[in-house]
Each structure stands twice: as C-alpha cells, then as structure tokens.
Design a protein around this ligand. Structure first.
Ligand code: NAP
Length: 522
C-alpha cells in the first residue's frame, strides 16, 4: 500500500503508548496478554514510574497501602513500610518493567508534542518534542491526570527573588536546611511535605486556604515476618481484595451511594465525627484546632492520612496562616491582614491542572475531523465512553479519561482501562479492521448516565460549596470521577459489548480521497 504522496502508510507500530508510569506499564502488559508485541512506550522522563518519578519532595510516600498498590499480575511482598516511600514505588515500577519484558519497548526522554489522526490511513502521527514523527495504528494516552503542576496565580509571584518550587518539580540542589520556608497549600502533598520540612528548617509558615480532612495513618515498618506472610498467594489475594474495598470505601463510598442521600449523609457524619475526635487527640489548642477543621463535608475533596501532620503545628518553629494571601513581594508574602513575612524559599504544594484544557492530556490531539480534543471538550464538556474513548478520535484510548475513575487506588482503574483498550485492539486485529471507533450512541448513553450520576452526588450539594475541590473542573462538572464502585468500573471495562465500537477497514485500493470505510462484522 502506498499513500498519495508515495510514502508508506504502514505505521511503524501497532500501538504507541504515551507515558511510562503505572498507566503505560499496565497497558504494555495488557497488550502483551492479547498477543500484541509491536508497541512502543514513550515518556518525557528518563525513568519509568510517572508520578513516582516526578514527585520527589521530602516525605513523599504512597497513601494507599503498598501491599495493594501493586499490579494483580506482579504482586510484591517485600515492602519497607505499610505505606512505602515514593522511591520504593518507583523501584517497583522498574521491577515490573523488567519482569514483564517491557524494557525493550521503552523510549525514555521522549515527550509527545502533538498527535494527529491520519484519516486516510487509519493511523496516528505523533510528533515528539525532539521533532521526530512516530506512527502507530493505535494510540494509548497513559498520561496521568495529576501531571501538570498548577502554579498559584498570585500577584507578584514572578517578582519574588527567593527560591520557589512546586512539589512535583523538586530541586534537590537547593539546601533548605536552616532557612525560612513557606508552604502554600494543605492538600495530600503538603500534608506529607510539611512535617519533613518542619524538622529541618529554621521557620516554617504554612498558608492554608482550605483545611483538609485527615485520618490517622496505620503505618508501620514491615519486617521479614510481614514480608513472608505477604509472600503467600492466598494472603496476597485476600489483602488485595479487602484492601481495595477499604480504600474504595474511604475515598468513594459517598459517591457510589449517591442514590441514597440520607445514608450518604449518615455515613459521612460518622466519618467526620471520628476525624474530629482524632484531631482532638493531636491538638489541645482550641483555636488552632478550629482552623484545621474543614468547613465542607468529608469526601468533597480527597481526604488524606497522617500521624504527624497535625502535631507539626504544635512545634515552636511552625506557623499556620489562614489569612488569605494578597501578594508576593520581592522577599516574601503579604496576607490580607497586611502582615508581611520574608522567606528564603516558597514551596507551592498547589496541586495539578485536572481535566483542564491543555493539561488533560498535556499535548494537542487532532481527531478524524481535525478538531483538537481539548477544544472539543472545552466546547462540548469533558466526556468519554468508560473513561477510555471518544467518537471522532478513532484508534485512541485513554487510561485516565473523563468519567473513568471510581475513587480508590488507581491500580484497579489502570487494569480496567488498559484491558478495555487491549480488548478493542485485539478485536480489531481479529476482524482485520484498521479502525476502531466508539459508536456515538453507547458513548452518549454512558456519558449522560455518568454525568447525571456525578451531578447527583453530594459534590454538588451545599456541603461541598466551599471545598474548592479539584474533583470539579473549570466547567463546573466532575469529569475526574465516576460515581460508581470500583467493582462496577472494573467489570464494565472488561465486559462491555465489543459492538459498541465500529470496526472498519480501509481497502488498500481505496487509500485515496474517495475511499470508503468498510464495516467489518465480528
Ligand atoms: P491538591 O489536593 O489540589 O491541593 C492543593 C492545595 O493547594 C490545596 O490546599 C489548595 O487550596 C492550595 N492552593 C491551590 N492554589 C492556591 C492558591 N492560589 N492560593 C492558596 N492556596 C492554593 O493537590 P495535592 O496536595 O498535590 O494533591 C493532589 C492529589 O495528588 C491528591 O488528591 C492525591 O490524589 C494525590 N496525591 C497522592 C499521594 C499518594 O501518596 N498516593 C500523595 C500526594 C498526593 P484550596 O483547597 O483552597 O484550593
């Protein structure tokens, strides 16, 4: 087959995966499982592990128990702690790459700049940041949603002359020991960094805009005994099953129960009382405690866990500031009450752009009608089928797409959506098709169902109004979530009818302007 301009239209790869984090690694394994070997995984970083490579701030650790933060096909029994530090999780990613035979499929230090669907030849053309072109029949975007750092748009920030760094871009060459340091933000990341920084700096000032619900962290060192017990497959499977149910319940029960608002409210009430009691055990100063109690309902934004976060505010070298930040000056920060504080370093623990134009995914994607995906979502709301595929973006699959993630550990999400993508690729292959596109009707049905479910959750009740949750995006919707259980997410990605996709082939002789797509039946 040759194209109109004479160059070969045969793609270099059957599948190109963008991202070598857990999403890309899981996808590689899912592809191998269905017999697809001609694939490449690219990543802008020089190491695998994605978020565990990007986030190296002091105190970084997984906040889902490590024995369940691993793939079902390669469970690891040896962990230093029940909640392992970030670098140990990154090492686990390397182990999976080696054991699953993915090392030779990687091209690291290779960022995607643009993806364009070649409508005449049913393949994707991906331009890399180095300016090369890679072509593939299918494209999997395995770029996480917590990927693009969000910098606070605070007046004067550019004129600040001290050191400033986002937690996801930690500069290890800067020595903050003995310095005056500020942290902006009190999300799950700040909560891990603040206690570590407090131990080493002269003075730590934390700027809190919205408090976070915090539960105690059942963390402990895992010695040989624990590792040996976890090495037994039935124990591993049991821990995995019950652990995932528990994390799913902690993070997402309130959403999954959205059809039962009274039950939801009762469950949340019990949780909130328990967490306030925990705070009481940590801080005796009533005024300080009041500042740390969220004014929104538990679960409006992701709660977190720590045994040391609250106590850190009782240290003599730590201040909690709740007056709003007005501006940066050349040397520090001024709050609305007029107080100016000087800092050597400001840490922006201000999170990520989630389901935001230009960030999810962080490169432009042009579909079969030439429309850019971010533009399409901007004009028509974020949407997808099962969090994976979008009409008019054929042969493309997302691992963390809109309305895909039922709150819990991300591993079940990755195993569900990567299996979905691999099923479609395998079926397309079986039918001799060159194009697989989600049909409009099942897509619309799924999107409308999830949109309605999400809108029916307490996220849109008054109880969440002042939470500033990143679960709700700039359009006022919650595409980062799927208000179902993780079991529902897992099941439906493995069992959706394959005929929800339209499989077509471009006949070789018709690879011209007047070609027709021939539907290939199963
Ligand atoms: P985040 O939850 O979005 O928190 C950002 C913090 O910065 C919030 O306290 C926010 O306050 C504050 N902030 C943002 N812009 C601000 C501004 N202009 N002025 C003042 N404050 C501002 O981000 P994150 O803490 O990085 O956590 C993101 C997610 O990463 C978590 O939900 C979790 O899913 C994941 N995470 C996972 C782990 C793990 O171990 N697995 C660890 C860390 C994080 P407002 O709330 O007022 O906006």
């Amino acid at each position: 087959m040759t194209s109109r301009n004479g160059s070969s239209p045969r793609p270099q790869y059957e599948v190109l995966v963008i991202g070598a984090g857990f999403g890309g690694i899981g996808t590689g394994v899912a592809l191998k499982k269905v017999g697809v070997e001609n694939f490449l995984i690219i990543d802008k970083w020089h190491k695998v592990g994605g978020t565990w490579n990007a986030n190296t701030y002091p105190g970084v650790a997984v906040d889902v128990p490590s024995p369940i933060y691993n793939f079902s096909f390669q469970q690891r029994s040896k962990w230093s702690r029940f909640f392992a530090p970030g670098n140990e999780i990154q090492r686990y990613a390397e182990e999976v790459v080696d054991k699953q035979g993915l090392r030779g499929k990687l091209r690291l230090g290779c960022g995607a700049e643009k993806a364009v669907f070649d409508d005449a030849h049913d393949m994707w053309r991906i331009t890399t940041e180095a300016g090369d072109e890679l072509t593939a029949r299918y494209l999997v975007s395995a770029v996480g949603v917590l990927e693009q750092p969000k910098l606070p748009p605070i007046d004067g920030i550019d004129g600040y002359s001290g050191k400033i760094m986002h937690t996801a871009r930690w500069d290890h060459s800067y020595d903050y020991r003995g310095k005056r340091v500020a942290v902006i933000g009190t999300g799950a990341t700040a909560l891990q960094a603040i206690p570590e920084l407090a131990k080493q700096v002269e003075q730590l000032t934390v700027y809190q805009r919205t408090a976070i619900w915090v539960a105690p962290k059942p963390d402990f060192a895992m010695g040989d005994g624990w590792n040996r017990v976890l090495d037994m497959p039935p124990v591993q499977q049991g821990v995995r099953l019950f652990g995932n149910i528990a994390v799913n319940a902690f993070l997402g029960l309130g959403f999954a129960l959205s059809d039962y608002p009274r039950a939801t409210s009762a469950v949340l009430g019990v949780g909130e009382r328990a967490l306030k009691a925990y705070l009481f055990t940590q801080i005796r100063d009533r005024e300080l405690r009041q500042k740390l109690i969220p004014s929104y309902r538990l679960g409006c934004k992701r709660p977190s866990i720590s045994n040391v976060y609250f106590k850190t505010y009782t240290r003599p070298n730590v201040d909690l500031v709740t007056d709003p930040i007005e501006k940066f000056t050349e040397t520090g920060i001024v709050t609305a009450d007029g107080e100016h504080r000087d800092f050597d370093m400001v840490v922006t623990a201000t999170g990520f752009k989630v389901m935001d134009k230009g960030a999810t995914p962080p490169y432009p994607v042009y579909g079969s009608d030439g429309v850019e995906l971010g533009q399409f979502w901007d004009e028509n709301l974020y949407q997808s089928y099962e969090g994976v595929s979008v009409p008019k973006y054929p042969n493309m699959f997302h691992i963390f797409g809109p309305y895909g993630y039922a709150p819990g550990s991300v591993i079940p999400l990755i195993e569900a959506t990567s299996t979905h993508a691999a099923r479609v690729v395998a079926e397309s292959r079986r039918r001799g098709a060159t194009r697989a596109e989600i049909r409009q009707e099942p897509h619309d049905e799924y999107f409308q169902r999830m949109f309605a479910r999400n809108n029916n959750t307490y996220l849109f009740d008054l109880g969440c109004a002042d939470s500033r949750t990143y679960y709700i995006n700039y359009q006022g919707n919650a595409p980062a979530l799927r208000a179902t259980t993780q079991f529902d997410m897992y099941w439906s990605n493995r069992h959706f009818p394959l005929d929800h996709y339209r499989f077509t082939a471009t006949l070789p002789a018709q690879a011209t302007a007047d070609r027709t797509l021939v539907e290939v039946e199963g």
